[in-house]
Design a binder for this molecule. Structure first.
Ligand code: ARG
Length: 253
């Protein structure tokens, strides 16, 4: 069976309710901790610094938890298994730059988007920049992402290489094992900065709204997170955090 098919089946199974029940907001508040999962190979959104998980989304999760009066307890997992673990009740929420898609919405609930971005063509300087340039070229994507789905719909690619995480895909690009990498615009801009301009950020292929995933039907937590997000987006703390990482406010306009 193709990986894509397996992924779809798993999400479908979750949508049918094959899941352990989630902790509601009252239970979380009483316990004093919000259990949050991510995949920390995705700078500047989530990455590790020593033993700590840092980045824009890591700090945003901490801001939201503070609004709820609880502490964050971090869990990590590979990107393609995060929503499955959520359905199994392994953690309360997932913050890992998930694009809000109708397919994912069958399996999980999303909070209101916490930023807007899109998929771009990233390549070594001088390499392919547009979708048209990708004809006949080997293209890397991360497993389970909206970029992987989109890459499959692009005609004439010279092959799609699927990597388990962002770090591996980026390394493949730098080593010349792949000619382009479709990834998030801000992740691509960060890679350009980190490599001292050895890579270039090309065409924006599509746009997406990014949201925190919560277990399907966990209404009190969805409401709690939405209220916390609204608060940090109006009291200046979101803006400050966004400017720290991106030099701009990346909320959806
Ligand atoms: N935005 C893309 C998606 O929704 C990619 C997210 C990848 N996130 C990560 N932590 N590696 O699929």
């Amino acid at each position: 069976m193709k990986l894509k098919t397996v992924h779809t089946l798993v999400l479908a199974a979750l949508a049918l309710g094959a899941s352990a029940s989630a902790r509601d907001l009252a239970t979380i508040k009483k316990s004093g901790t919000l259990v949050v999962a991510t995949e920390p190979t995705y700078p500047p959104f989530t990455y590790t610094q020593g033993k700590n998980i840092v980045g824009f989304e890591a700090e945003l999760a901490e801001l939201l938890a503070k609004q709820l009066g609880v502490k964050v307890q971090w869990k990590t997992s590979s990107f393609d298994t995060l929503l499955i673990g959520l359905g199994q009740g392994r953690y309360d929420m997932v913050i890992a730059s998930h694009g809000i898609t109708p397919e994912r919405q069958k399996a999980v609930d999303f909070a209101n988007p916490h930023y807007c971005s899109g998929g771009v063509v990233l390549s070594k300087t001088g390499g392919p920049k547009t979708v048209a340039d990708l004809k006949g070229k080997k293209v890397a994507v991360q497993l389970g992402t909206t970029y992987a789905t989109r890459a499959r719909s692009l005609p004439g690619l010279g092959g799609i290489q699927t990597y388990p995480n962002n770090t591996d895909a980026l390394q493949a690009l730098m080593a010349g094992r792949t000619e382009a990498f479709i990834t998030d615009r801000f992740v691509a801009l960060e890679a350009r900065k980190k490599t001292g301009g050895k890579v270039q950020v090309g065409q924006l292929i599509f746009q997406e709204k990014i949201g925190i995933a919560l277990q399907k039907g966990n209404k009190t937590l969805v409401t709690g997170i939405n209220e916390a997000l609204k608060k940090v987006q109006s009291d200046g703390s979101y803006k400050k955090l966004s400017e720290k990482y991106f030099g701009e406010d990346i909320r959806c306009k």
